[in-house]
Design a binder for this molecule. Structure first.
Ligand SMILES: *Cc1c(COP(=O)(O)O)cnc(C)c1O
Length: 396
């Protein structure tokens, strides 16, 4: 049998490659950071990590993790409800709830699991999930696992959301689901209007704050801070794998009864291992840091504003952003790849995105800013963009 299957896979893989969609992985040999080393020996400035606060290689987190290895060992060898709940897990859950102003938190191995395990235990065939068209893949998969009726609205389109809410009035419960920040454009979900519509049409709200927590809002509390509606969402999901240290781990935080039910019924929680104590300990250190200071948010916001201003002045077309994501629009798939490859030769590591990751004719380079970037890093990137932009006729 395998001969035939092998042939089948080889054909598919060739097709992926010929379509120019084959993902190759660059191998990094240094810790994650603003300056990284790759296995060719080249040292580059990294503008494509989710390392928004520069915490991936933070000494305070490393110290907390090392300390936890000594006090709590390496692994839990259990799911949470058997013998996988440690004091560090409980402390971290409490700190995440305090950070978002919610009632309780449940940890998962990843936000992919948090989203995969949130809908099926809570909603049934009588209920409705109303989901933004650009929501993350894990939300889409999670929704598929539930029996609820599905409604989809165009990205951040409040007229369409209202239409879908009207269509879903027959259902018992309604849940609007949205990413806080959409990762390809860097735009935020209009939470003020979403909550207004939720009230008008009697719906609950879930926000995935993976790209917005730690980043958006003056103190990094995410889109509910930006729109002044902290504590209003029934459900918030997020990751420890982006701004909050970048290792691994996800969470759902929100209303007490919802979290209670997830602990009873959420399959990725019940049937998958507890996060290692060292990850929980570093997570605790992150949220302690977030409570102590907004220094990293300030630096990140300044860096993003500076990059956006200088690049716009240089003549680039950048999507308006309310996050740390800047989409430099090129509108041509081949150009986006050539541009990114030339930038790498200049020591700037960014990724060009094109269809099907973004709509046809909306190819772009996505730049992700970090609090770890210095003025010098930013200037080097802007200079390289300007040089290649002129060379390729993107700017004058
Ligand atoms: C990255 C991301 C996830 C997945 O997070 P992991 O913890 O890496 O599984 C889920 N949702 C959104 C919106 C994301 O950006």
């Amino acid at each position: 049998m395998y001969n035939r299957f092998q042939e089948h896979l080889q054909k598919e893989l060739t097709a992926i490659d010929e379509a120019g969609l084959f993902k190759k992985e660059r191998i990094i040999t240094s810790p994650q950071g603003a300056e990284i080393k790759v296995n060719t020996g080249q040292e580059v400035l990294n503008f494509c990590a989710n390392n928004y606060l520069g915490l991936s290689n933070n000494p305070e987190l490393i110290k907390a993790a090392k300390n936890a290895l000594d006090t709590h060992g390496y692994g839990m060898s259990s799911v949470r409800f058997i013998c996988g709940t440690g004091d560090l897990h409980k402390t971290l859950e409490k700190k995440i709830a305090d950070f978002f102003g919610t009632e309780d938190t449940i940890l998962y191995a990843a936000c992919f699991d948090a989203n995969g395990g949130v809908f099926e235990p809570l909603l049934d065939a009588e209920d409705a999930i109303i989901s933004d068209s650009l929501n993350h893949a894990s939300i889409i998969d999670g929704v598929r696992l539930s029996k609820a009726q599905r409604y989809r609205y165009q990205n951040a389109d409040m007229i369409d959301l209202e239409k879908q809410l009207k269509a879903a009035q027959e259902q018992r419960f309604r849940l609007i689901v949205t990413d806080g920040v959409f990762s390809m454009d860097g735009n935020v979900a209009p939470m003020d209007k979403i909550f207004e519509l939720a009230k008008k049409y009697d719906a609950m709200v879930m926000i995935d704050e993976s790209h917005s927590a730690g980043v958006v809002g003056k103190t990094g509390r995410g889109v509910t801070e930006l729109f002044n509606c902290k504590g209003k969402a029934e459900i918030i999901t997020g990751t420890l794998g982006k701004a909050f240290g970048g290792a691994i781990g996800g969470f759902t935080t929100g209303k007490k009864e919802i979290i209670d039910m997830l602990r009873q019924r959420s399959r990725p929680y019940l049937f998958s291992n507890s996060i290692p104590p060292l990850v929980a300990a570093a997570g605790i250190a992150v949220f302690d840091m977030m409570t102590r200071t907004n220094e990293l948010q300030d630096r990140l916001h300044n860096n993003t504003a500076y990059f956006y201003k200088k690049m716009t002045e240089a003549g680039f077309d950048i999507k308006p952003t309310q996050s740390a994501i800047c989409a430099v629009m090129l509108y041509d798939a081949k150009l986006s790849q050539e541009f990114a490859s030339k930038l790498l030769n200049e020591g700037i590591y960014v990724i060009g995105f094109y269809f099907p990751v973004v709509p046809k004719d909306l190819a772009r380079i996505r730049v992700q800013l970090s609090a770890a970037h210095t003025q010098e890093h930013l200037d080097k990137a802007i200079t390289a963009f300007t040089k290649i932009g002129k060379e390729l006729g993107v700017i004058k």
